[in-house]
Design a protein around this ligand. Sequence first.
Ligand code: NAX
Length: 327
Amino acid sequence: MKRPVRIAVTGAAGSISHSLLFRIAAGEMVGRDQPVILQLIEVPRAMEPLRGIAMELEDCAFPLLHSISMHDRFEDGVVGAHYVLLIGARPRGPGMERSELITANAPVFAGQGRAINEFANRDVKVLVVGNPANTNALIASRNAPDLSPAQFTALTRLDHNRTRGILANHTGANPRGIRRISVWGNHSSTQFPDLGHATIYGEPALAQVDEHWYREQFIRKIQRRGAAIIEARGHSSAASAAQAILNHMYDWINGTPENDWVSMGIVSDGSYGIEKGIFYSFPVRCDYGRYQIVQGLEISDFARDRMRETERELLEEMQTVAELLPE
Ligand code: NAX
C-alpha cells in the first residue's frame, strides 16, 4: 500500500470544493491507488459548515481517504502538503472593478506563498484557482523564494475544456476526438482560445468550421462563458471548475496522453515572445510530474495579436501588485 499524500485545500466549504472534495477522496485527482489526507482550510466563520462537509466525507467511507483535518490558519493547514489547491478568494462584489479585486486578494496570496515556502513539502505542486488566478499565482510564487516558480500554476483548464466541449457540440464530434487546443494568456475575457493547431478526428479543426464563426463568435463565447453561467445560474461555475481542477492536477501528476496537450497557467520562460516571469496560459505536455511548453507552433498574425492583448492585461495586473513582488 502506498503512503498517503497530503492535499491542502482553501475555500474548502465553498461551492467548487463541494463538487471537488468527494471526487478527490474517490481517487480522481492523484490516482485510484493513492491514499490521501485532506487538510481543509477555511476562514474562521466557515468552520461550522466545514465540519458538516467533513462529516459527509467520513460518511462516504472512501477507502482512499486516510484522514481529514480542518484549519482556520493557513500556516497550519499547509504543513507537509504535497499538493495545495488555493481555491478560496474574496469574491468580486457588485460594482467592484477587476483592479480592486486584484488589490483585495493580493496580500492574501502573498501570505499564502510565504507559508507554502516555509511549511509545505519541498516538492509541493500548487494550483491557484481563486481569481485573478494568474496574478495570484505570480504573487504566491514570488513570495516563495525557496521553491521553483514551476511548482506554481494557475487554472486555465476550465477554459480549455470549455473550448473542447463547445467545439464538440458545434461539430457533432465526440470531445475525445478533439485534440491540440491551446488557450493562451489570462483566465479572463482577454484569453485566446486558439484552434489554429486543433484537430477533429485527426483533421485540422479550422477546415471543418466556418472561419468567420470561429473568429467572430466562438472566441467570444469562450471568453464570456463564465459570465454567461453566472447570468443563467446566479452563481459562478462550480462543478465544471471542479472537473477542470481534477483534470489539471491528474495530468500534471500522471502525464498527458500521446498526441495531445493541455493548457496551464505557468510562469513564462519567454517562449513565443511572451514576457518572462508573468503567469501565462500555454499549451503544455506533462510527463512524470513535470510539464514543458509545446514549442515550435506556427503563430498567425491573427493569433499573435490576441496573444499580445492578453499578455498586456497580465502586465498591467503585475503593475497593480508590484509592491507585493519581492525580487
Ligand atoms: P465560494 O464563494 O462558494 O467559496 C469560496 C470559499 O473560500 C468560501 O467558503 C470562503 O469562506 C473561502 N475563503 C475565502 N478566503 C479564504 C482564505 N483566505 N482562506 C481560506 N478560505 C477562504 O466560491 P467558489 O465558487 O468556490 O469559487 C472560488 C474561487 O474560484 C473564486 O475566486 C472564483 O472567482 C474562482 N474561480 C476560478 C476559476 C478558474 O478557472 N480559474 C473558475 C471558477 C471560479 O470562478
